[in-house]
Write a new protein. Structure first.
Length: 221
């Protein structure tokens, strides 16, 4: 598994400054017009594998936590975000049933194996309060095929169906599944202008054509 300084080098080469700015603009629209409906103003939200913190910086909530194994996360987190450097399988700094929402975007495929995935989901369930939600945006290998392996740091192949099974094994009730939602990457066909991103979210039939990522919502029932 790629870690530490290797991650910093890899991601700096993969995403230049201008692309990071475009991604942030897209994430702001996604948070305001889609993700925010799953988050209440008073919620404590944990962004697992926060990376450049586009989600956690943009979402409106009571308390924000960014968890990542890469120290570079401190560079991107806003002032109101608590940064926790940890692996997803050992969230020891996060208390039991202390979080309302765990958000995870394009992360599970980077874990070394499915054992780590199951441990990660177990930790997600532990930190969630009763009725808390796990929100997962995840590349769907059933939708993108061989393109899933275009990134050297992808290890675990997942579909919307296998992810549903994994959540159920972790004791999380699946409340929503969209097999095809957003395009595979920000370099895909998703329009970059904020107004076009909003239009994409509304025109759901297009998702079946362009969507390469699944959207799955689990709940600690």
């Amino acid at each position: 598994m790629v870690q530490g300084s290797d991650l910093s080098t890899l991601y700096s080469e993969r995403f230049g400054l201008r692309e990071r700015e475009r991604k942030l603009a897209v994430w702001r629209v996604l948070c305001r017009h889609f993700f925010q409906r799953y988050v209440r103003p008073s919620d404590t939200v944990l962004d697992l594998g926060a990376g450049n913190c586009e989600f956690i910086n943009s979402i409106e909530c009571g308390e924000k936590i960014a968890v990542d194994g890469n120290p570079e996360v401190r560079r991107w987190a806003a002032d109101d975000v608590r940064v926790v450097l940890a692996t997803s399988t050992h969230l020891g700094e996060i208390g039991d049933e202390s979080v309302d929402v765990v958000f995870c975007s394009n992360f599970f495929e980077h874990l070394p194996d499915k054992a780590a995935l199951h441990e990660t989901l177990g930790e997600c369930r532990r930190v969630l309060r009763r009725g808390g939600r796990l929100l997962v945006l995840q590349p769907n290998i059933r939708a993108v095929g061989g393109r899933y392996w275009d990134f050297i740091d992808h290890h675990v192949p997942l579909t919307d169906r296998s992810l549903v099974e994994a959540l159920a094994m972790a004791g999380l009730a699946v409340r929503e599944v969209r097999a095809r939602f957003l395009p595979y990457t920000t370099k895909s066909a998703l329009p970059q202008h904020p107004l076009l991103v909003r239009l994409y979210l509304v025109l759901t039939p297009i998702h079946r054509l362009l969507g390469g990522q699944a959207w799955v919502v689990g709940e600690k029932a």
